[in-house]
Design a protein around this ligand. Sequence first.
Ligand SMILES: Nc1nc2c(ncn2[C@@H]2O[C@H](COP(=O)(O)OP(=O)(O)OP(=O)(O)O)[C@@H](O)[C@H]2O)c(=O)[nH]1
Length: 582
Amino acid sequence: QPGAAQSVPPVLPIAEVVADRDADTIPDGLNRRFSVRGVTLVGNRALQAQNYQLLVQDESGGLSLYTRSQQADVEAGQVVEASGTLGQFRGAPQLFIDRLEVVGEAPLPAPRAVPLAEVDSWQHLGRRVRVEGLAGPLSLEGYGRLRIDGDDGTTLSLYIPQAAVDRFDWSLYPRGARLEVTGVSSLYKETWPYDGGFQLVVTSPEDIRVLAPPTPPWVRWGLYASLPAAALVALSLLVFASMQRKQRLRQQELATLGALSTAFAEPEGDAAQLSRRACETLSAYGVTSAVCVHLVGEDGALVCVARSADTGERQQALDRLLAAPIEADDLADGPAEALARAGLPTLACHPLPASEGRPGWLSVPSMGQQRLNAMQQRVLLAAVKLLGLALENRRIREQAERERAALHRLAVTDELTGLYNRRFLDEYLRMQVPVARRRGSGLAFLSIDIDHFKSINDRFGHPAGDAVLRHVAAALRAASRSSDLPVRMGGEEFLVVAAEADLEGTIELAERLRRAVESIDLGALGIDPGLRVTVSIGVAQFGVHGEESEGLIQASDEALYEAKRGGRNRVAVAGARAAGTG
Ligand SMILES: Nc1nc2c(ncn2[C@@H]2O[C@H](COP(=O)(O)OP(=O)(O)OP(=O)(O)O)[C@@H](O)[C@H]2O)c(=O)[nH]1
């Protein structure tokens, strides 16, 4: 140790004495003599086991003063001035003093509140600091060592010198209690520089304060016990929410299916109208915002016949893409691929079930959406089936209607001449007689019979007779007006019902018909060109000769016989003598 005779260097701030500018843990002034002045933080008596050691602090920093020789008793709060050589012990700088003088008293410097992790650095070495943490394990082996754990996960040792251990009632600091501790930061490395670390030197029980007692075990157990219950509640909430969502989707699905069946319950409308009904229902019930139906046209091209009625911006873009038909050549690998090539990728593209109708597809353009959920897929498939059925029903209904009309036409048409037959005449008169009665419009009956037809049959054969019948029918049809109805009553007898005609006009018509038959050229039929086919005509007028169709027909028939009796090839009016040429 240097002797007392050595010169006393001027007092320097402690921070300058322990300066470590190279950050290599070795103070720059190692082995040089310094004088410092500071307040004693932990008295010598409290650190008896450490030979003679004082922990002092001035405004700039803290330092340990150490000597092996007996010096005076110094209490915490006394100001000391000391000189010595700077050294270090297990990593911590300390002044190996040869001179110490108590020069006054001062209050202990206020401790600086420091996060636990920050104490683990050189910055606060030798100074009073205050930290907070939870009490950890305690060991009492001569000295006391209590570990505290910071909120940030770092730990720190409280070092309580042997002399102070008995002053502590350790039961006051049970594990888990939240503590506030004031102490002097010091470094103690057992096998410096490889292990050990910072610790807080605490000598007074007042320097440890319990902020909060540890959590009682029953709270912890309660917490552990409530965890499964909380998990169960959370799980139930999740299940409930998922059930509610499922139920909402189910309701939406049922409502949409109901609306679809109602939409197709009405059979009215063509294919485009039925398709539009499907699209509008799907979008109105929120199943998809964009949906469209394509049908293959007569020329084989795929044409969009309906789409959902949204008017948003995206829909306008969709409209532009849907406007152009997809040509038949483009459909080779299916409509979904053809639509995708046309800039319209789809999430679904289902063929409409139809046995003989035009092939068609219901598709959902993706419009940025990734996929359809299970409910959407189910409803779409149902919509496809219902629409397909509706289209098929419509097609079958139309075909039945056409067949019924054809059958009716057959039933009311005379096969040989193509004129309407007696059955149709009855239908026609059921409608026309009340009209004539109501409006007072003219209605006339012209009974027509071919003269000496039997002899044509007999001379030229039955087929020639048929040909004559056809020609007479054609001549009657050609000479009639569009409002007149020529009918073959059977055999060689015809009846023309003339609407909108008065008696004068009817007689004119009868003459016209008579002349038309007379001018038929029978030479072209292989019949003697010298022969003429003629008809006799009897006329009866509604309102003049009666108002019931049966009576009027009978009257015209009687007039016809009158014409026959009058020499044939002439017109006779009911209740009058036969007129015309013979
Ligand atoms: N080829 C042919 N003949 C028919 C058809 N229907 C009836 N006839 C014949 O038409 C003839 C009618 O003869 P009639 O009733 O005696 O009268 P008509 O010879 O015309 O003499 P009038 O009426 O007195 O001038 C009969 O010989 C029937 O066989 C038919 O569909 N085709």
